[in-house]
Ligand binder design. Structure first.
Ligand code: NAP
Length: 499
């Protein structure tokens, strides 16, 4: 029998007020039911926001180093439970076990990093322009954060958002993706066990239109941190404007790996296979465009084809599996529709169909797919497919390369393989993206540098690293005048006038 899960509201686990539920099933085998979850609605969001508001004074007044100590304990607990969490993740969303372990490790890394921030949270002190006056800027928490997360990094992304929110002194209501609620509930159970007080983190499961809308519209939610599709981000942004919320959006990508004629081809090949087909191509940073110098195009397509032909599809819990399922059957249909479009837009090199052989028939699988000789303006080279499909685009010159790289609406991650140091630096300067790699694929960001993209990939905020603190805190400038007399800024310019 499937386990029954509940929402976390303050210190109690509760069913949806309506009593309605939905199920989460494994994409590798639809008969493997992970659990029943509350199909919550606005009443549940109201209760969770009230709990987060009630917890806010205590949490925001706790000294930040003490909040950091709690996050430190959480980091250690996550590390102790890494294998359990990774196995649950592979079962619930399909990524192969080593990648699921990496997802949990990212949460551990961010927890340690943000725990340390508890003893920094640096402000600024600057000299005042007046004598006998002290000037500084301090960070203040903001209030209740609404956190809406996708299924592709079901533990890392909630961690990216929650840990900086918490270290800055905010409380939170988290709405997980409906495809991965079990991962998030287990993650939050460990936060509670690590000492995060009741009400500081609340979880409400349910659909984007019921729970997501209620969170975004709620007048007591001061900020929304969202990761997901660009279209969803635009809608959230519009709705949140009604209550003047601060909104951070991390959205889609159409990331290129450029392989120049002087590149180390073996290294480039390894990196393309990893970046295009890791997580079955369902990473926001997945390499869905391979921009190759025409002089090596045919040779590269041949070696890539030979390598991809050897990839083993299957359940991510099996050690022999290279590529797991995609998230659900709707995704299989969407990817198949793009593969059909691709047949008119390029040359199908390999794949192109759902995979239904043997045990794959009981899950949601799609063959790793390559199109070659793709024009940069083709739909498969412009739109985010979010599956194991990549397009090889030939180019003749560096100028054309820059045009192709930048000629999409997104701007998350870009990569260049070359031995030419001048081109390497030009790529960093000229490619429009929030992440730039040289001689490394488009995936694999680390927890202590800013993460995010430009153009339709976001609205300018960044996750993790120091940059995340900018979103989850507000600046307050403070002036302390110890002169004992009225000093008028910009008017009493004594020192200048004396000259
Ligand atoms: P999604 O469909 O936009 O959903 C993301 C989250 O938003 C889910 O919790 C979803 O709930 C909720 N939601 C859906 N519609 C909503 C609405 N109208 N109002 C409020 N919330 C709503 O995206 P996804 O399929 O989970 O994730 C894949 C996308 O995320 C891709 O585009 C990928 O590139 C992007 N992504 C970006 C980054 C980055 O950092 N830039 C990282 C990872 C993923 P339900 O699950 O209940 O529908």
């Amino acid at each position: 029998m499937a386990s029954t899960y509940q929402n976390l509201i303050g210190d109690r686990w509760a069913a949806a007020a309506s009593g309605a539920t939905f199920t989460s099933v494994s994409p590798a085998n639809h008969e493997d039911v992970i659990g029943e979850f509350p199909a919550s609605g606005p009443a549940d969001v109201d209760a969770a926001v009230a709990a987060a508001r009630a917890a806010y004074p205590g949490w925001s007044l706790m000294p930040a180093p003490k909040r950091g100590e709690i996050l430190f304990k959480v980091a250690r607990l996550l590390a102790e439970h890494k294998e359990e969490l990774a196995r649950l993740m592979t079962r619930e969303m399909g990524k192969v076990l080593p990648e699921a372990r990496g997802d949990v490790q990212e949460a551990i890394d961010v927890a340690y990093y943000m725990a340390g921030e508890g003893r920094r949270l640096f402000g600024q002190t600057v000299p005042s322009e007046m004598p006998d006056k002290f000037a500084m800027a301090i960070r203040r928490p903001i209030g209740v954060a609404g956190i809406i997360t996708p299924w592709n990094f079901p533990i890392a992304i909630p961690a990216w958002k929650l840990f900086p929110a918490l270290i800055c002194g905010n409380t939170a209501v988290l709405k997980p993706a409906s495809d991965t609620p079990a991962c998030v509930v287990r993650f939050v159970e460990l936060l509670r066990e690590g000492g995060v007080p009741a009400g500081v983190v609340n979880v409400v499961t349910g659909s984007g239109t019921e729970v997501g809308h209620a969170l975004v519209d709620h007048p007591d939610v001061r900020l929304i941190s969202f990761t997901g599709h660009t279209e969803t981000g635009v809608e959230i942004s519009r709705r949140a404007a009604e209550t003047l919320k601060r909104v951070s959006l991390e959205l889609g990508g159409k990331n290129p790996i450029v392989i120049w004629e002087d590149a180390d081809l073996d290294l480039a090949l390894d990196s393309v296979v990893w970046s295009a087909f890791g997580t079955s191509g369902q990473r926001c940073t997945a390499a869905s465009r391979i921009v190759v110098h025409r002089s090596i195009h045919d040779r590269f397509v041949q070696v890539l084809r030979d390598r991809v032909a050897k990839l083993v599809l299957g359940d991510g819990l099996e050690e022999t599996t290279d590529v797991g399922p995609v998230i659900n059957d709707r995704a299989v249909e969407r990817i198949a529709a793009y593969a059909a479009i691709g047949r008119d837009e390029g040359e199908l090199v390999i794949g192109g169909e759902p995979a239904r052989d043997g045990s794959l028939a009981s899950g949601s699988f799609f063959q790793p797919t390559i199109f070659a000789e793709v024009r940069p303006d083709a739909r498969i080279a412009q739109e985010e497919i979010f599956g194991p499909v990549t397009s090889v685009i030939p180019v003749d010159s560096w100028e054309e390369t820059v045009e192709v790289v930048n000629g999409v609406k997104y701007g998350l991650s870009t990569s260049l393989f070359t031995r030419d140091i001048n081109l390497a630096f030009r790529s960093i300067r000229d490619f429009d993206s929030g992440l730039g790699y040289v001689n490394h694929g488009t995936i694999g960001a680390e927890a202590h540098l800013p993460f995010g993209g430009v153009k339709a990939t976001g609205n300018g905020h960044r996750e993790v690293g120091q940059a995340a603190l900018e979103f989850f805190s507000e600046w307050k400038s403070v002036y302390i005048d110890y002169s004992g007399r009225l000093q008028r800024a910009q008017i009493d310019t004594t020192f200048v006038d004396q000259e």
